[in-house]
Design a protein around this ligand. Structure first.
Ligand code: EPZ
Length: 423
C-alpha cells in the first residue's frame, strides 16, 4: 500500500496549533544519551519516522529503550555493538551521529554512510576532519564509515563551513576526547545549542554553543539526564508559512519566537501580519503578498529548510521574487512540481526566479524530499481545486501529525492509502 495526501484548496485556516519537539535536535540528542553511565529521560521528542528509526538502531545496539507520549527513556548500559545495520542506518541522515558515540564507547565504530534527503551531494569530509583531528583513524569502506581510536585527545577543529552535521559529530567526539577541544566556524542552529545543553546536563563541559566557537573539555564521566527537547524551528516556520498561505488568523503555541526572526521579518516584508511574545507566534493573513528576495544562510540567517515552503508561497505573490539557495546545490527540484500547479518559476544557477500568478491549480504532484513535501502542502492549501501529493512518507519523516494539525485549523486534507499499480 502507498499513501498520498489529498488537499481541497482555498479553505481558510484559523485557530490554535502546538509545535512539536525538534526533529534535528532529537536525532542528535538521542545518540548522545548512549554516552551516559545511567538512563536518561528525554521529553518533547517528536513522534516521527526518523525518531522511530534511531530508536530501532539503539535497540539493535543493545540499549533498552521505551518511547511513549513523546517521552523517551533510554538505558545505555547494555549497549554491546558498534555497527548498526544498513537497513536502518541508510534510512536517514542523522544515523552517522552514532559514529562518534560508538567510537567513544568501544574505540571503534562501523556506521553506514548517511542517507537523507536528496538535496545535494552532502559529503561528510568535515565530520571526518573533526574526528581525525581528535585522534581517530577514519576510512570509508564499501559505504561504511569505519572509525578507530586507541586514545582521543582534545584539539582545534577548523570547519571549512558551519556544517550542522560536522558540528554535531565534532561535539560528540570531543566529549570522549581528554582535554580541551575548540570547534571553530561551528554551526549555530538551535539544535546545536540544544545538544550542548543536553550534554551539559549529562555532566559534560560545553561552552560557546550558538557562537562560532564551541569549547569542550572531554574525557569526563557522563551520567543520564532528564531533559526536554527544544521546539522544532522548521515545523514552526512551516506552520507560519501555511498560516500566511491560507490563513485568516492562526496562533502557533509552544514555539520560540527568537528562533524564527529571519522568517518573521520576511513574512512582514511580504505584508503578512506576524506578532509574537513568550512562547507563541500569531500569523494573520489576507492572502495578498508582496514579492521579496530571499537568500538562505546558516543560523541566524534564513534557514535552507524553509526555502522550499516559502518558495511555494511566493508563487502567488505580486511581482517577481528571487530565492537564492546558498547551502545545498540541488534544492530546487520541487519547482518542477510547482510548475505542474501553474507556478511561473525558472532557475538561474543557485537562484529561483518566481513570478507571481493569480492562483495555483490543484494537481497530482510528488514530494521529492521532506521540505519539498511541506512546500507541496503549502501549495495545495492555496490552490484552486484538489491537490494530491505522493511521497507522503517523506513528509511524515519530519512532521508529527501535520495533516491532523492542519485539519484542526480548518484545512480540508485527507491521508489516502492506495494500491501501488506497479506492484
Ligand atoms: C542538517 O543537515 C539538517 N539535517 C538539514 O535538515 C539542514 O538542511 C542542514 O543541516 C542545514 O541546516 C539534520 O540536522 C539531520 P550541513 P547536514 O552539514 O548536517 C556541505 C531537514 O529537512 N558540507 O550543515 O547534512 C553540504 O554539502 C534536513 O530536516 C560539506 O561540504 O547539513 C551542504 O552543502 C535537510 N562537507 C552544506 O555544507 C561536510 O562535511 C551544509 O550541510 C558537511 C557539509
Amino acid at each position: 500500500m502507498k499513501e498520498k495526501l489529498r488537499i481541497y484548496g482555498n479553505e481558510r485556516l484559523e485557530g490554535e496549533v502546538a509545535v512539536s519537539g525538534g526533529k534535528n535536535a532529537a536525532v542528535a540528542i538521542i545518540p548522545a544519551a548512549l554516552l551516559a553511565d545511567s538512563p536518561s529521560t528525554i521529553e518533547n521528542i517528536p513522534d516521527i519516522n526518523d525518531v522511530h528509526v534511531i530508536i530501532e538502531m539503539l535497540k539493535w545496539l543493545g540499549a533498552h529503550v521505551d518511547f511513549r507520549d513523546n517521552t523517551l527513556w533510554v538505558d545505555p548500559r547494555t549497549v554491546d555493538k558498534f555497527n548498526p545495520p544498513y537497513e536502518l542506518a541508510g534510512k536517514m541522515r542523522a544515523s552517522y551521529y552514532l559514529a562518534p558515540v560508538l567510537l567513544g564507547l568501544f574505540h571503534r565504530a562501523e556506521v553506514p554512510l548517511p542517507g537523507g534527503c536528496d538535496i545535494g551531494a552532502r559529503p561528510i569530509d568535515q565530520t571526518i576532519k573533526g574526528m581525525c583531528t581528535l585522534g581517530a583513524k577514519v576510512e570509508t569502506l564499501g559505504g561504511v564509515l569505519v572509525a578507530t581510536a586507541d586514545e582521543m585527545l582534545g584539539g582545534d577543529i577548523f570547519l571549512d563551513m558551519p556544517s550542522v552535521g560536522a558540528t554535531v559529530n565534532s561535539m560528540l567526539t570531543a566529549v570522549s576526547a581528554s582535554g580541551l577541544t575548540c570547534i571553530h566556524n561551528a554551526a549555530k542552529e538551535p539544535h546545536i545549542v540544544d545538544l550542548a545543553n543536553f550534554l551539559s546536563s549529562m555532566g559534560a563541559y560545553v561552552k560557546g554553543a550558538g557562537t562560532d566557537v564551541i569549547r569542550i573539555r572531554g574525557g569526563r564521566q557522563l551520567h543520564g539526564a532528564n531533559y526536554t527537547v527544544v521546539p522544532d524551528q522548521i515545523e514552526t516556520g512551516t506552520l507560519m508559512i501555511a498560516a500566511a498561505a491560507a490563513g485568516d488568523d492562526v496562533l502557533i503555541t509552544g514555539a520560540i519566537p527568537t528562533h524564527m526572526e529571519s522568517l518573521s521579518a520576511k513574512l512582514l516584508e511580504m505584508g503578512v501580519n506576524v506578532a509574537s511574545e513568550d512562547d507563541w507566534i500569531r500569523v494573520r493573513s489576507n492572502r495578498v503578498f508582496r514579492a521579496v528576495n530571499v537568500k538562505t544562510q546558516g543560523y541566524p540567517g534564513f534557514p535552507t529548510d524553509l526555502q522550499q515552503p516559502l518558495s511555494a508561497l511566493l508563487t502567488v505573490a505580486n511581482g517577481t521574487s528571487i530565492v537564492t539557495e546558498t547551502i545545498f546545490e540541488s534544492r530546487f527540484r520541487f519547482l518542477d512540481e510547482l510548475r505542474k500547479m501553474g507556478a511561473n518559476v525558472r532557475t538561474i544557477e543557485s537562484s529561483a526566479i518566481i513570478t507571481g500568478v493569480n492562483h495555483l491549480v490543484g494537481s497530482r504532484v510528488n514530494a521529492t524530499d521532506l521540505r519539498a513535501g511541506a512546500a507541496m502542502v503549502v501549495a495545495g492549501l492555496m490552490a484552486e481545486g484538489v491537490t494530491e501529493i505522493g511521497g507522503v512518507s517523506y513528509i511524515l519523516r519530519g512532521y508529527e501529525r501535520i495533516d491532523e494539525k492542519l485539519k484542526s485549523l480548518g484545512a480540508h486534507i485527507e491521508r489516502i492509502q492506495y494500491e501501488d499499480p506497479l506492484l
